[in-house]
Design a binder for this molecule. Sequence first.
Ligand code: FPP
Length: 249
Amino acid sequence: MSKKSVEKLDSSRLPRHVAVVMDGNGRWAQRRFLPRSSGHKFGVDALKKIVRHCAEVGVGHLTVFAFSSENWSRPPEEVQTLMDLFVKALERESPELARQGVQLHVVGDLSAFSTEMRTLVAQAEALTQGNTKLVLNVALNYGGRWDMLQAAQALAAAGEPITEAALTRHLALAHSPDPDLLIRTGGEHRISNFLLWQLAYTELYFTDVLWPDFGAEAFDAALADFARRQRRFGGVPAATTADKSRAAA
Ligand code: FPP
């Protein structure tokens, strides 16, 4: 990304945390008469570019939906392709993530994965744990309902009182603030059991661009759209300077 386009973004109106549903890999491949698995491979390349871009522009947290609790129902070959991609990406990309100052977390129900996969996840997380440039959360075998359920079960098992703050502490994303902006590519307008608890006041941004085509410019368009939003969190708009001077007169 050029220095110029970094400067164009108003850093005071940048989201601290962006969540992304990376949709459209399959259609991207089918339009090119390629197998769906090839779309996922290009999807990994798109993700690498967006990670680098987030670190450059100063978005502090990026959470991506890589594999949902429901994705197991896809054809076995496609599930296998995705698993192979995750393993390869963990092996190959962790040193580069560490170099870029990225702190990696894999969030989701990892009990479904092989010991090999869980070891790779633990190694990649350990390699990147002290980094502060960007927190990258990769949601794997993740579902918002699963997350709330496991948090509630953890509270019950510990005999802790069930409060909003206590439940939040047990969620898979306890180490990140709630997302300010959710981007969904691929033209669908759904949350699809992503961060159900954390999206309560998140600004939603939908684009028809398919994930493998989603680059830095498309990401910046989402940031620019976010910068124009007026967030109220259930309250009333903050008084403008003009309102204040009228009130004082
Ligand atoms: C949705 O597109 C995409 C997925 C289910 C997989 C997303 C995974 C990646 C981009 C790879 C990420 C890799 C790592 C290492 C984290 P789709 O298949 O539903 O597309 P369609 O709607 O066009 O069928």
